[in-house]
Design a protein around this ligand. Sequence first.
Ligand code: SF4
Length: 240
Amino acid sequence: MSSVKGTISKGNTNLTAEKVREVLDVLKNCYPDAECALDHGSIYQLVVAVSLSAQTTDASVNKVTPALFAKYPDAKSMADAAKADFEKTVADVTSMIRSIGMYRTKAQNVVKQAVAIVDNFGGQVPSDMESLMSLPGVGRKTANVVMAVGFGQQAMPVDTHVLRVSHRIGLAGESSEGNPNLTEKELISVIPHDRLTEAHHSLIFHGRACCTARSPKCGECRVAEYCCFFAASVENIFKK
Ligand code: SF4
């Protein structure tokens, strides 16, 4: 990716600390209310909602969780049902989440999660990454969301929006492109620790509203002046 004098350099991890802060400030200004869009009433329900959200929109998850949480509001209610009849409970959850992607696998995971939370953690969602990631169906991104949104810790969950937007802007460099774990490490290294969760939400909101996957609206983007992708696009136009 090409450079633009005075702003950013190729493959940027070269945005200066000051420029990184400016990008975060602009995004915060654009999306002051950016927060987790998954409806939940407890940390347990957050774990379930995030688990259901893989490769599915938050809006679709929010359509199925009210009935699911009404019947199984906590890990104990789900685990009790599973211990009485595992297959029946999975079938019940499956029927309630059928409208979202990968519902069969997700139903299995959600039921197993409840059993693991009850059996291994006394019915309370654990508050450390390692324990969270020991739960069925909970990967690094889900665990990071639970740490950030559920437990109020600073964290950088890297979903598809964060991955795409952070690389386009140049907050993360080419070496971590397409790799959520490396991108998380890189973003943690360049974003002030006390702004990690804020940056996560801002990047998601920007990815949804402006920096969309197929047709980013660079002409109306407030961080275009910092953006590697935009700089390269402009340079290409002048080359033609
Ligand atoms: S300028 Fe374009 S590519 Fe860069 S962040 Fe904005 S919308 Fe995304």
